[in-house]
Write a protein that binds this ligand. Structure first.
Ligand SMILES: C[S@@+](CC[C@H](N)C(=O)[O-])C[C@H]1O[C@@H](n2cnc3c(N)ncnc32)[C@H](O)[C@@H]1O
Length: 373
């Protein structure tokens, strides 16, 4: 049986997520905020396990017009909830209403919760929707009302997909794993040339680079909500996981990370151990001025500090100028890709750069600046 799936991706990441899906043999339509496609359990399991840049995967349960609460409850109770929820299982509902007769989201949630109870023969306890939950959250249901059209989806992922399970320790301003993976995929690095991150912090970019280059599935060590569905197919999941493990391969190029902060390097090393790529990355505590790149040319993919505070502006200008000077001396001919929120700061490097992607990092608009040293 195939279902309508929606792969949620952060703004600006949709095209990369679509590319990832294509390599899994899944094609769909790219829309704002993600991709729509049709697929069965196999697609749901593989997408959750393998996608590096997606946030979560929703399964469309139903779509219908509802202009009155009684209509909403009646129509929602006809949906096949039993595929995703056991009677009495806690559920977290989130509703958005836009240009619709039913505009009170709490009342919409109450009716859909009632409909679930009607269908399953037992009331479902309502849990809070916690987007940032560290653990395994309850089954999530997303309700969207727009122009009186009600779309109801169930979440298949649970904790957001950037939670791979390896990053317990973070230094200052850590990068979301999905964005770090996006930088690696968008940079053009092919996994064969050396890769250096001289501002590596907790090591997220290098860990994501190692996972991608070794074809390690980012979700192999975590749980997903679909594992709790009454129709969970354990043997299909085991076969999906076994195929992913069999496709892993060794690294072909050195990966090096450094940071001037000794605590950050300790975090990075601990995270790499948990991600099972400790042997693939060499971390060292050193300032930018002491970087020692291996023979190249290789790639620098990095997330230098970028300030939002005006007081730090002069220091940052100096740091970006130093970044340019040091790379010109030690990494001539290397490709560089870095995240930055300010065109004047990018210019301080003296490189000719293109801004190839625009993303949001913790609410700050950032660009991927790419060029050759
Ligand atoms: C935005 S954070 C990088 C975060 C990293 N991508 C992660 O996921 O944790 C910038 C890092 O640059 C480091 N840093 C700042 N100035 C530096 C310098 N002159 N030399 C080396 N590292 C520096 C900071 O210690 C900080 O860890």
């Amino acid at each position: 049986m195939t279902e309508k799936l929606f792969i949620v991706a952060a703004p600006g990441l949709e095209a990369l997520t679509a590319r990832e899906l294509a390599t899994l043999g899944l094609t769909g339509v790219t829309v704002a905020g993600g991709m729509e496609l049709r697929g069965g359990l196999d697609s749901i399991y593989r997408a959750n396990l393998h996608l590096r840049t997606a946030s979560r995967i929703l399964v469309r349960l139903g779509e219908f017009y509802a202009a009155a609460f009684s209509e909403l409850r009646k129509k929602a109770s006809r949906l096949p909830w039993e595929r995703y929820l056991a009677p009495g299982q806690p559920v977290a509902l989130r509703a958005t209403c836009h240009k619709s007769r039913l505009y009170h989201s709490d009342a919409v949630i109450e009716r859909v919760l009632g409909a679930i109870g009607d269908r399953l023969g037992q009331a479902a306890p309502l849990s809070a929707w916690d987007e940032e939950s560290e653990g395994q959250p309850p089954q999530g249901v997303v309700i969207r009302l727009a122009n009186n059209l009600c779309t109801i989806s169930v979440d298949s992922s649970g904790a957001l997909l950037h939670r791979r399970g390896y990053r317990l320790a973070t230094a200052k301003a850590p990068l979301r794993e999905t964005l770090a993976a996006a930088m690696v995929l968008a940079s053009g690095w092919d996994g064969r040339a050396p890769l250096l991150d001289p501002f590596c912090g907790a090591g997220t970019i290098l860990i994501e680079a190692a996972l991608w280059a070794r074809r390690i599935a980012p979700g192999k060590a975590r749980r997903f909500t679909f594992m709790d569905w009454p129709g969970f197919d354990a043997s299909l999941w085991e076969a999906t996981l076994a195929a992913a493990l069999a496709a892993e391969r060794p690294l072909e190029a050195p990966l090096l990370g450094s940071d001037r902060d000794a605590g950050a390097i300790q975090f990075a090393a601990a995270n790499a151990v948990r991600a099972d790529v400790a042997a693939d990355i060499e971390f060292s505590c050193r300032p930018l001025s002491a970087i020692a790149p291996p023979p190249g040319p290789g790639w620098l993919i990095t997330n230098p500090p970028y300030g939002v505070r005006v007081s730090a502006a002069k220091d940052l200008r100096n740091l970006y100028a130093q970044f340019g000077n040091i790379l010109r001396r030690r990494c001539p001919g290397w490709q560089v890709a870095f995240l930055c929120n300010s065109v004047p700061l990018m210019r301080q490097t003296g490189f000719t750069l293109e801004r190839s992607h625009s993303w949001s990092n913790g609410g700050v608009r950032v660009y991927l600046a790419r060029g050759v040293v």
